[in-house]
Write a protein that binds this ligand. Structure first.
Ligand code: CA
Length: 227
C-alpha cells in the first residue's frame, strides 16, 4: 500500500492512476488531517509526500513521522514544486529517502518507488529480531510472539513494545513514550501510556512481566538477565 498526500487534485489523480497501472495499491489524501487519520488505521509501505500543503507543510509532517517509533523508517519520497538546492537539502536533512521535482513523468516516479522499496526491503531483511524473556518481535513482518505463540497487537501496542525492546534496559518516561509513539497526533494525557502498557502486558500473557514499571519514572524492558 502506497499513501499519497497531495492537495492538488490533478496531480493526485495522475499519481494514483500511474501507481494503479503499475500494480500498486494506493490511496490519496488531500489534507494532512485525512492522512493522519488513515495512518492510525494502517501504515503504508511507502509515502509520497507533497511539501506545500494546507494545515501543515510536508517537511513538518516528515519530521513528526521520523520522530515516531513506527514510522521512523517508513520509506518517504517528497514530491515538490520547489527545486532549488536549498530545498533539496532541507528535505533530505529532514529524513526523506528521495526527492522528486514536479512536473515528473509516470515512468520516473514508478522507477524511483521501485528502487526505494527494494532498498527498504533489503534493509528490513537485515533488521534483527528483537527478543526478551520469551518475546520475539520481527520488525520486517511486524510479528510478535510469546514462547512461540503469536500475539496480536494494535499498532500502538506494537510500537510501545518495539520502542522498549529496541533500547532494552533504558527507562522511558511516559512523556518520552508519548512523544515517540503518539507524537504527531496526540491529544490525550500521559495516563494513555499506562492504559496501553496494561493491555500490552495482558496480551503478552506469560511474557507480560518482561515490561517493568520503574516507580516514579516510567517503563523499561530489563537487561540480559531475562534471557
Ligand atoms: Ca501542494
Amino acid at each position: 500500500m502506497i499513501y499519497l498526500l497531495e492537495d492538488e487534485g490533478g496531480i493526485r489523480n495522475f499519481v494514483l492512476y500511474a501507481l494503479n497501472n503499475s500494480g500498486f495499491e494506493a490511496e490519496g489524501f488531500e489534507t494532512p488531517s485525512a492522512f493522519y487519520k488513515a495512518m492510525e488505521e494502517r501504515l503504508p509501505d511507502l509515502l509520497l509526500l507533497d511539501i506545500m500543503l494546507p494545515e501543515e507543510d510536508g517537511i513538518s509532517i516528515l519530521k513528526k513521522l521520523r520522530g515516531a517509533g513506527e514510522t521512523r523508517r517508513l520509506p518517504i519520497i517528497l514530491l515538490t514544486a520547489k527545486s532549488t538546492e536549498f530545498d533539496k537539502v532541507t528535505g533530505l536533512d529532514s529524513g526523506a529517502d528521495d526527492y522528486i521535482t514536479k512536473p515528473f513523468g509516470a515512468m520516473e516516479l514508478i522507477s524511483r518507488i521501485k528502487a526505494l522499496l527494494r532498498r527498504s526491503r533489503d534493509g528490513d531483511a537485515a533488521a534483527e529480531e528483537l527478543t526478551a524473556g520469551g518475546i520475539t518481535l520481527v520488525p520486517s513482518r511486524h510479528e510478535v510472539s510469546c514462547g512461540g505463540a503469536p500475539v496480536a497487537l494494535t499498532l500502538k501496542e506494537y510500537e510501545l513494545l518495539f520502542t522498549l525492546l529496541r533500547e532494552r534496559g533504558k527507562v522511558f518516561s511516559r512523556e518520552q513514550l508519548l512523544s515517540r509513539i503518539w507524537g504527531y497526533d496526540f491529544k490525550g494525557e500521559s495516563r494513555t501510556v499506562d492504559v496501553h502498557i496494561r493491555t500490552l502486558r495482558s496480551k503478552l500473557g506469560a511474557c507480560g512481566d518482561v515490561i517493568e514499571t520503574v516507580r516514579g519514572v516510567g517503563y523499561r524492558i530489563g537487561g540480559g538477565a531475562l534471557d
